[in-house]
Design a protein. Structure first.
Length: 159
């Protein structure tokens, strides 16, 4: 069987290594993704989302808590006290005369917390209006407290 001379000679078609294998869909998808030249940006996007979340969290804890300042849990207190530790060279005060026949009252110190005043008498804390035995605390100043009994006011001082 001869071919007519007018017909063009047939050239064999180039064969690829995959042409002899049966075509599968996974091979086709892989070759399309590679041949299209698209890059996979998913890992980069995930990295930036994680970095942005971490940056936001750190920024909140560094700067966000300072937007709304909180009140201190304990008010600032001012304490007044003289003692031998503060001024060891001070002259000793003469012992005070007994208070209403009692010499056991010792004012250790006074303090002020905002509008509230307190005195430390016999190692107990008293405020204005509190009663010690049968006496009432009527005033507290720096280093002094006034006690009243039957209308008579007596001042005790820090020793």
């Amino acid at each position: 069987a001869q071919q007519p001379a007018s017909a063009e000679p047939q050239t064999p078609k180039p064969t690829s290594p995959t042409s002899s294998l049966p075509a599968s869909s996974s091979t086709t998808i892989k070759t399309e993704a590679v041949s299209s030249g698209k890059k996979n940006y998913t890992p980069i996007i995930v990295f930036f989302l994680i970095a942005l979340t971490a940056l936001g969290t750190v920024s909140y804890f560094l700067f966000g808590n300072k937007l709304y300042p909180k009140e201190p849990a304990v008010p600032k207190a001012v304490m007044f006290s003289d003692g031998e530790i503060v001024n060891p060279n001070a002259q000793k005060k003469p012992p005070s005369k007994p208070l209403f026949g009692r010499s056991e009252f010792v004012l250790t110190g006074t303090m002020q917390m905002g509008e509230k005043k307190a005195a430390i008498i016999n190692n107990e804390v008293y405020q204005i209006g509190d009663t010690i035995f049968d006496m009432t605390v009527v005033d507290i100043r720096a280093k002094e407290a006034d006690l009243m009994k039957d209308g008579k006011v007596t001042t005790i001082s820090v020793r």
